[in-house]
Write a protein that binds this ligand. Structure first.
Ligand SMILES: O=C(O)CCC(=O)C(=O)O
Length: 279
């Protein structure tokens, strides 16, 4: 077991860290069993193809999906990395169809840095504006298509030419995580998936957190998410309110004067948030 300090060090150096066994097989089975229904509900009547990339799923299935975005181990770490400014930008739920081995041969799905990222200029570590808690709902064997990362690329000015976007990279590291593990990445980390040739679906979540003063891609204004916010308010659960865009302390905390190291300020605020929690 790594301590949170060891993880933080690893994350700053490599641009990601892997949390094992975050989600149980039973929980994942429930999520997978809801996928087709969510596709049907998110596909517009006039659409030519089903909507396989699902978003705003907490609004669609609040009690089923809340545990995916509100895991305490992941949020504790996210707060250590971003400060107590963590909101849910977007939960993407996707089941990648399987393709033929010939079509997939020697291909990466597409190298990129994630939204709210940047192209680093030097090798200095900067606090991410966003983090991706990438979660796979089956073991990522070679057939299901592992994740590829370029370690340290969140603080390296590496770019990949357009013609090489779908090719394996000489510096890549292949990550074969297990079902229920979470790969927690920095938004400026270069990474790519791998096509699925398993003959089955490749289920995945991108649980994407950004700083609470940025905009969110998911809609948190619907009645179900508003119910969660109301419940959080009754418990004075600032972290849960913030997750869905309600951060009443953002202006004072984001304008602290910056005379104390960020991580010391963040610790103090995290402790304050825990102290006012009711129940
Ligand atoms: O499909 C994958 O394994 C990678 C997902 C990904 O690139 C992302 O969530 O940004």
């Amino acid at each position: 077991m790594k301590t949170i300090e060891q993880r933080l060090q690893e994350y700053k150096e490599l641009g990601y860290t892997v949390f094992e066994n975050v989600f149980s097989p039973e929980q994942m089975a429930c999520w997978k069993s809801k996928y087709d229904d969510l596709v049907a509900r998110q596909t517009l009547p006039e659409a030519e193809k089903p909507q396989l990339w699902l978003s705003s799923v907490v609004e669609y299935e609040p009690w089923l999906m809340l545990p995916a975005v509100n895991d305490p181990v992941i949020l504790d770490f996210a707060e250590r990395v971003m400060g107590p400014f963590v909101q849910l930008d977007n939960l993407t739920f996707m089941a990648f169809p399987s393709i033929s081995k010939e079509e997939a041969e020697g291909r990466a799905s597409g190298w990129h840095r994630d939204i709210w990222g940047w192209l680093p200029e030097g090798d200095q570590y900067f606090r991410p504006l966003a983090c991706n808690a990438i979660t796979y709902l089956q073991d990522l064997t070679a057939e299901f298509g592992p994740l590829r990362v370029i370690e340290g690329s969140h603080r390296m000015p590496i770019t990949i030419a357009k013609e090489d976007i779908n090719k394996p990279h000489p510096q890549e590291k292949i990550i074969n995580v297990k079902a229920g593990d979470v790969v927690f990445t920095h938004c400026a980390l270069l990474h790519s998936g791998t096509p699925n040739t398993s003959g089955q679906r490749r289920y995945f979540f991108s649980i994407y957190y950004n700083l609470s003063w940025l905009r969110c891609r998911d809609n948190h204004d619907g009645p179900n998410v508003q119910k969660i916010i109301k419940m959080a308010r009754e418990k004075n659960d600032r972290r849960l309110m913030r997750l869905f865009g309600v951060d009443e302390l953002v202006f004072s905390r984001a304008n602290s004067g910056f005379q104390t190291p960020d991580e010391i300020m963040w610790d103090k605020w995290i402790t304050e948030d825990r102290a006012v929690l009711k129940g």
